[in-house]
Write a protein that binds this ligand. Structure first.
Ligand code: ZN
Ligand code: ZN
Length: 260
């Protein structure tokens, strides 16, 4: 644990070129995909999750008023912190995650959007939310070698039919032209929904040892962990423990929203 660092790489601007590409331009597939999207838009028009206006999942007016999480933040956990230095809980412990950042506060239109993605099977909203992750990562020149989504337990994923964090990570990776790894980090426990385990202690107990990773290719790699919502950071930390044990040199967490 002593090797975990306590500074915030999100504030350290360094070489953006470290995000390297393994994706290729599948022009034909993209054209078929956009035709498919066009047909779906006719059959199931996009409705703004904020005001109900037809046209997009987040209309321009609602997009202009999204609850951006800015201001002084704890460099480690990303909670608002007036001084911008480590908050007391972070100062009292070492963490396997160098820094957690979230684009928005988990409220209003953003909360509606995440709920639609997660619980109402509106998978098509993922690219819209991923554009905000992309913008955030580009503006701050986030440095990572591999993008990894927080996995769901296989049983939960079978029930839901998809992993919302994987959809976000794939869309982000495509926009950044960066590698994404889907199956290397596995969830083997912690099935109880984090949304129903309220206290920090309960959340930590629920996810401790819930993740495993044995991918040797992660050795000395900087990982960008992606999730939809960060509540206490316990899930991201548990993932990071597994990634560090696989040799990752650094783990950053980036989520669409954060409960503050
Ligand atoms: Zn709207
Ligand atoms: Zn903190």
């Amino acid at each position: 644990m002593a090797r975990y660092i306590s500074t915030s790489p999100f504030s350290a601007v360094s070489c953006a070129s470290a995000v390297t590409s393994t994706l290729r331009d599948h022009g034909f597939l993209r054209r078929v995909s956009s035709l498919h999207d066009g047909v779906l838009d006719c059959l199931f028009p996009r409705i703004c999750v904020g005001c109900g206006k037809i046209g997009d999942y987040i209309c321009a007016r609602c997009a202009a008023n999204l609850p951006v999480l800015d201001g002084p933040l704890c460099p480690r956990c990303g909670q608002p912190q007036a001084s911008g230095i480590l908050c007391p809980p972070c100062a009292a412990k070492l963490s396997p995650v160098s820094s957690i950042r979230s684009v928005f506060r988990f409220e209003g239109v953003v909360r509606n959007a995440v709920y639609e993605l997660k619980y109402h099977n509106v998978r098509a909203i993922a690219p819209t939310l991923a554009t905000y992750l992309t913008e955030y990562a580009r503006q701050r020149e986030v440095v990572a070698d591999v993008i990894v989504p927080v996995p769901l337990h296989p049983q939960r994923q079978r029930r839901r039919g998809y992993n919302q964090s994987e959809l976000l990570a794939r869309a982000l990776a495509q926009s950044l032209d960066a590698p994404v790894s889907i199956n290397s980090l596995k969830r083997t426990g912690g099935q109880a929904s984090q949304a129903r385990t309220r206290s920090m202690t309960e959340r930590l107990r629920n996810v401790a040892d819930a993740f495993t990773c044995t991918d040797a290719s992660f050795s000395d790699k900087r990982i960008l962990l992606i999730d939809d919502v960060c509540t206490t950071g316990a899930t991201l930390e548990a993932c990071a423990v597994a990634l560090r044990s696989a040799g990752a040199s650094d783990v950053l967490g980036l989520t669409v929203a954060r409960e503050v």
